[in-house]
Design a protein around this ligand. Sequence first.
Ligand code: HEC
Ligand code: HEC
Length: 203
Amino acid sequence: MKQFLVLVTSLMAMTSLPATAAPSAERLQLCVSCHGVNGNSVIPENPKLAGLQARYASQQMKDFKSGKRASAVMSSIMTGIDDAEIELLATYFHEQKPVLAPPAKPLDPKLVAQGKEIYFEGIVGSAVPACSGCHTETGKGTNKYPRLAGQHGVYLVQQMLAYKSNARKNDDRELMRAVATRMTEPEIRAVSEFIQTLKGEDE
Ligand code: HEC
Ligand code: HEC
């Protein structure tokens, strides 16, 4: 009976944790040193995390930790962060408001125009689907498809090339690798240029 009570109280403690707990200030300080205040990174190589879907972000963090998504920087950071804290961090950054900052580098209007067409219509000749079909028209994303709106172009190009070369291969059902391998590098640069103009406001 005593053992049973101990079990019940520890189960209660476990289930009540996520609702009230927040990531430690010390941990957050580490994240924002690279990902910016409230996850609004100003460093083009470091992705913005504000508004990123929690389910997607926590999966990425777990994959960095296990090595399924390769990143020398993020893998060592995730070592020693357990799944419960990963969920807290993912929720925290999801709840932060994305800041619509001007892009790090002035945009090329020709590339933006070409990228806009790819984003909303895909590339018919090479069977590239419209990005908006999954990532939504505003780029805000859904629970299944991550937010892209306003993300750094440098980071986007890097990631698309990583899918294309099979260096990033933790995507479920190879969805993004299938998209990226059908695109040329100039097309990837164009769509990444355009995505920086998306604001991700509510549809
Ligand atoms: C030293 C800099 C640095 C620190 C500190 C850091 N990150 Fe990162 N983070 C990166 C870089 C660079 C990437 C892109 C990795 C890649 O190339 O795939 C990244 C990627 C991510 C991603 C994937 C984003 C996406 O859109 O797929 C998440 C989530 C993330 N970091 C969360 C965190 C959290 C939470 C912390 C704090 C515990 C943290 N990071 C600390 C540099 C950092
Ligand atoms: C069929 C649905 C689908 C379509 C169409 C699609 N995506 Fe994705 N995209 C996804 C999914 C699912 C993920 C998350 C994959 C993962 O876990 O690595 C993703 C992830 C991404 C990422 C990584 C985001 C990050 O924060 O690291 C980028 C960049 C991206 N997509 C760009 C595009 C572009 C550009 C297009 C159009 C040319 C496109 N996607 C079309 C489903 C789609």
